[in-house]
Design a protein around this ligand. Structure first.
Ligand code: FES
Ligand code: MG
Length: 601
């Protein structure tokens, strides 16, 4: 069509130009009146009609950084290098905001925003003239939200991680983000530090721009995005302030233009093999328990069947290879210097644990990407044959309290193992008296109440913390023991709940229980004082309450659920599924590849 040849950027050696979806807006001879309307307002900041009618791909940059998203704020700078790369490769960048998702500050929980940002990004990518997109990831849910949307829309997409903060140091010791908070709370409960010292520790753990420098949910989800094949090789672990971060931003910008030209879409990359590899990598890096709902949500939006049983079948017997907090010692800078995600995956590939003959955004297979990526730092990335721990994946449990829950075995401390899992003759099995809390306010109000008589034989139970109950599902299940027990050196009691816990927590909690109490799960009928039996060998967790008594309790009122406070909370509750299935907006799953169907004029 007229106008296409005036400014064509594709040169010799490029694939033959294809017609992009943006041309339906900007270069449509059958609707020149509409094209005029679509073009005119972009010109008011200096873009020319010739550029927009040149047949170049329009590349979206989903900007996740803002003052409300401090973990991702580095992307405001990195986007300049992404734009440079897009321009140099012959594309036209268009940056737009993603709904902010800030893990630490959003009440009642950032989990509500994963699905809201997902919805918003789907609408943007479907309804605007965007041919391909750079997803700028960082803080926990910014990664799954954008990958879920890219999978739904199915236009070419690439992940650019913002990178972790520099390592934190205080008094000559490493202090990791999140992990320092949990430790500081225990130290304060034990009377070892005061509030001012706690603030110093928190500040020291966050020394620069970037997301959490521990293997919390942020580093986990960025690592898994790379493991899925959705980012350039080595992208996830580069610390935010490092030179290489700006450089890979530029390369990512260049690469997405090539992906637009060859129409390399998420549906080609996000296969079942990719998700099974992500489960394996998650175990080897000691990844966050939030990987379970997020991977499930991404898989379902990609149209990939992932079963709850896959976590045990493919992930449980994978050894812990990465020595990073909270499962290990070190932080993100050393992870990057040790080779990052490719170094861990190289080990897994040699051991035959990956399905790496699969496509990635680089245009090569994962196996090709990993060639020559062996780590030179064996304190940080252990050889497969000499790991930090054998069988480091998630255990999945079921019983009369729930149909599904997970436990992160790589953070079970020696103290916890000795106290609860080492009874001669019944190793891996323990019974404990339930102390039930209705949400975190109830926990904080009563945990130190002497009338509860909490001791080492108790299990702390949190309900009302799932997707419907909270709403959104909160990171509150890693409950600290009462101060009196902490002062006696009891750092962890068994805990159980229908909410989640922070990926930076070192608590071996039983998490993500589905169905949750507010959905009529068995947790709703538990009473303080009931005995709970946990059998890790058989993957069972049951309340020792007989059926007649349970039937009687079911005739009583269910635990109260707070009302929705905003319109979105109500919509979320009306559409969300359980954590076992990724806490997706269930009705969204019927929409697939919507970018292939243009909306009407
Ligand atoms: Fe945002 Fe940890 S709180 S990355
Ligand atoms: Mg978190």
């Amino acid at each position: 069509p007229a106008g296409q040849d005036s400014d064509r950027a594709t040169g010799a050696g490029q694939p033959a130009p294809r017609r992009y979806r943006s041309q339906d807006w900007f270069d449509n001879p059958e609707h020149i009146d509409l094209t005029a309307l679509y073009l005119e307002r972009f010109m008011n900041y200096g873009v020319t009609a010739a550029e927009l009618r040149s047949g170049r791909p329009v590349i979206g940059i989903a900007q996740s950084g803002s003052d409300l998203s401090p973990c991702n704020r580095i992307h405001l700078e990195l986007a300049k290098r992404v734009r440079d790369g897009i321009r140099d490769a012959g594309g036209i960048p268009m940056e737009f905001p993603l709904h902010p998702i800030f893990e630490n500050c959003r009440r009642p929980t950032a989990a509500l925003d994963r699905n809201l940002a997902y919805l918003g990004l789907v609408e943007i990518l479907h309804g605007y003239p965007i041919d391909a997109v750079v997803l700028t990831t960082g803080c926990d849910k910014t990664t799954p939200a954008q990958l879920m949307a890219a999978a739904t829309v199915d236009i070419p997409a690439i992940v650019l991680s913002g990178g972790p903060m520099l390592d934190g140091w205080l008094d000559g010791e490493l202090v990791g983000s999140g992990a320092a908070i949990w430790k500081g709370r225990r130290q304060m409960a034990a009377g070892e530090i005061d509030g001012e010292k706690f603030l110093d520790i928190a500040a020291a753990s966050a020394p620069s721009a970037g997301h959490c420098n521990t293997m919390g949910t942020a580093s986990t989800m960025n690592a898994l995005a790379e493991a899925l094949g959705m980012s350039l090789t080595g992208c996830a672990a580069i610390p935010a302030p490092y030179r290489e971060r700006g450089q890979i931003a530029y390369e990512t910008g260049r690469r997405i233009v090539e992906m637009a030209r060859s129409d390399l879409r998420p549906s080609t990359i996000l296969t079942r093999d990719a998700f099974l590899d992500a489960i394996v990598v998650n175990a080897a890096i000691g990844g966050s328990t939030n990987a379970q709902p997020h991977l499930m949500a991404m898989a379902r939006h990609a149209g990939v069947t992932l079963e709850s049983a896959d976590w045990m079948e493919y992930g449980y017997d994978v050894p812990l290879l990465l020595n990073m907090q909270p499962a290990g010692k070190y932080l993100g800078e050393r992870f990057h210097r040790a080779g990052g995600v490719p170094a861990v995956m190289w080990e897994l590939l040699q051991a035959g644990r990956l399905r790496a003959a699969r496509p990635t955004v680089t245009g090569r297979t994962m196996a090709d990407n990993l060639a020559g990526r062996e780590s030179g730092d064996r304190e940080m990335v252990r050889p497969y044959a000499a790991p930090l721990q054998e069988r480091a994946g998630f255990l999945t449990l079921r019983g009369n309290l729930f149909d599904f829950a997970i436990m992160k075995t790589s953070v079970i401390s020696d103290q916890f193992r000795a106290r609860y899992l080492s009874t001669p003759g019944s190793e891996g099995v323990f019974e404990a008296r339930a102390v039930v809390f209705e949400g975190s306010a109830d926990y904080h109000a009563r945990i130190n109440d002497p009338a509860l008589a909490i001791d080492e034989h108790c299990i702390l139970v949190m309900r009302g913390a799932g997707p419907l109950g909270w709403p959104g599902s909160a990171e509150v299940v890693n409950m600290q023991p009462p101060d009196a027990l902490v002062r006696r050196g009891v750092m962890n009691l068994p805990t159980l709940g229908d909410g989640r816990q922070s990926g930076t927590s070192d608590s071996p909690s039983i998490l993500n229980a589905s169905p949750e109490s507010a959905a009529g799960g068995g947790l709703a009928w538990l009473r303080s004082g009931d005995m709970i039996r946990v059998d890790l060998n058989r993957g069972r967790c049951d309340m020792l309450v007989d059926d007649a008594e349970l039937a009687r309790r079911r005739s009583e009122p269910a635990p109260p659920v707070p009302p929705s406070q905003t319109p979105w909370q109500q919509i979320y509750r009306a559409t969300v599924g359980q954590l076992e299935n990724g806490a997706c907006l269930e009705l969204a799953l019927q929409y697939r590849a919507v970018g292939q169907h243009l909306p009407r004029h």
